[in-house]
Design a protein around this ligand. Structure first.
Ligand code: HEC
Length: 189
């Protein structure tokens, strides 16, 4: 079938499209989003450096992307009671939402525990996860110090770091999670 014979050309829709186009031309206005004389659409606006910073949240396993700030397990414990306990339960043992603290049984155990302490390969991801999502009804509201504190508390509760350990960009990246080597690593090309 040649282009000349396509149903669209002779069908009622083709007539409608032509009529709309003719109206636009007669009004002599540029089509929305197209600069006069240009074929390319000019949609959206350039992002400012501040816009990019607020979206650029990725924290890499080795700690790249961790912001300045610091926090202690003790500060984190009271933040946890305020913001997290109602879903994650007393001491993070689970309630309506998953437990965040469990026995340190490795995933290879007959009765494996998959909470962050025994399952997650990197501690830096805990910071990333809390910063993006928590608390769910008001994500983005916690300060970096508060997030370091909550991360520190969860690490103590899972028996990974000590009560006195201060978490910041340097120390958090140095934490070695028990299941660090339990995942198959796939390097992006
Ligand atoms: C309104 C209920 C609610 C509140 C409050 C809440 N969470 Fe959650 N959280 C959930 C649910 C549901 C999940 C599982 C689904 C998901 O991943 O979002 C979850 C998952 C998580 C996980 C991942 C668990 C895993 O092993 O995959 C972490 C870490 C976490 N929450 C931390 C926190 C922290 C820290 C706070 C407080 C600042 C908090 N949550 C407050 C409901 C809540």
């Amino acid at each position: 079938m040649s282009m000349r014979d396509t149903p669209m050309r002779s069908g009622p829709l083709a007539g409608l499209a032509l009529a709309v186009f003719a109206t636009s031309l007669s009004a002599a206005e540029p089509l929305p989003g197209i600069q006069p004389g240009s074929q390319a659409p000019t949609l959206g606006t350039p992002m400012s450096a501040d816009d990019i910073t607020s979206w650029n949240l990725t924290i890499f396993p080795d700690g790249r992307g961790l912001p300045p700030g610091q926090g202690t397990p003790e500060q984190g414990r009271s933040l946890f009671v305020t913001y997290c306990e109602r879903c994650h339960g007393v001491d993070g043992r689970g309630a309506t939402a998953d437990e965040l603290v469990g026995p340190p049984t490795p995933p290879t155990d007959a009765d494996p525990n998959k909470s962050i302490g025994s399952y997650w390969p990197y501690a830096t991801t805990i910071f990333d996860f809390i910063r993006r999502n928590k608390p769910p009804e008001n994500s983005g509201s916690l300060s970096n110090d508060e997030i370091y504190s909550l991360t520190a508390y969860l690490l103590v509760a899972n028996q990974i770091i000590g009560e006195q350990d201060v978490m910041n960009a340097k120390t958090l990246a140095q934490v070695k999670m028990p299941n660090r080597d339990g995942f198959i690593r796939i390097d992006a090309p």
